[in-house]
Design a protein around this ligand. Structure first.
Ligand code: ATP
Length: 237
């Protein structure tokens, strides 16, 4: 398996706070990799740094053998990385379909959006039903689907998901993780960060545990799920 994304010796600080310290990890082609950790461990900071929304103090980020550190965020998207932000951030006052359209902003002008919407609606039938509704009227789970659909409109090679289960009812959480698996089976590589270690490790090929800005453990999803340390710290014993 070849490396799609490589993060090397990454350090990110907010003033005196060292949010990310010497972090190294790799995501291979077609994998699902989960980065788990408690609130404040530095997960969001890592994703934001990959998308160049936060500047690191030092380190390297390679995507498809290209150094993307410092590259304009829109260029990162067009090179194949799309992010689903924490809290979904769908655009209120715009319809579901208009939100999807925004996800295609880096695509060629000639792209047939109708057929692209159809692909998303196949994956998320509820979005088709609600396509003319204001995105703000959707439930939390539906907004998560819309945020994922919007990111997929960019036709990414790598999808970054920031806590997709946050604030969702258990049934929706199951559904969202099923969808992540399906999206992956269709050829999209996934890096997901989560506090919900159980679900995130169940779907993961491999995982990393982040504690106070540092990676403290790594293994296959199954290995981490079975680990006593992970069970005690993240799975309620
Ligand atoms: P959460 O689950 O809350 O999103 P996280 O694991 O994603 O947590 P980060 O949001 O990356 O963690 O935060 C890592 C550390 O950096 C925390 O100590 C946080 O308080 C701090 N931090 C994050 N953003 C900023 C900022 N803009 N300014 C100052 N400190 C910040």
């Amino acid at each position: 398996m070849s490396a799609l994304l490589t993060v090397e010796n990454l350090n990110v600080s907010y003033g005196a706070i060292k949010a990310v310290q010497n972090v190294n990890f790799t995501v291979h082609d077609n994998e699902i990799v989960s980065l788990i950790g408690a609130n404040g461990a530095g997960k969001t900071t890592i994703l934001r740094t990959i998308s160049n929304l936060t500047k690191p103090t030092s380190g390297h980020i390679n995507f498809q053998n290209q150094d993307i550190l410092g590259m304009a965020s829109a260029k990162i998207v067009s090179s194949g990385i799309a992010q689903v932000p924490e809290g979904r951030r769908v655009f209120a006052g715009m319809t579901v379909q208009e939100n999807l359209q925004l996800g295609a902003f880096t695509r060629d002008k000639g792209t047939n959006l109708k057929s692209e919407y159809a692909l998303i609606y196949d994956q998320f039938p509820i979005l088709k039903e609600r396509r003319n509704q204001d995105a703000a009227t959707l439930s939390g789970g539906e907004q998560q689907m819309l945020a994922m659909g919007r990111a997929l409109m960019a036709k990414p090679k790598l999808l970054l998901l920031d806590e997709p289960s946050m604030g969702l009812a258990p049934l929706f959480i199951e559904k969202i993780f099923d969808i992540i698996r399906t999206v992956n089976e269709q050829g999209v590589t996934v890096l997901v960060i989560e506090q919900n270690a159980n679900q995130a490790l169940k779907i993961a090929d491999r995982g990393y545990v982040l504690e106070s800005g540092q990676i403290t453990m790594t293994g296959t999803g199954a290995e981490l799920l079975a680990s006593d340390d992970v069970r005690k710290a993240y799975l309620g014993g």
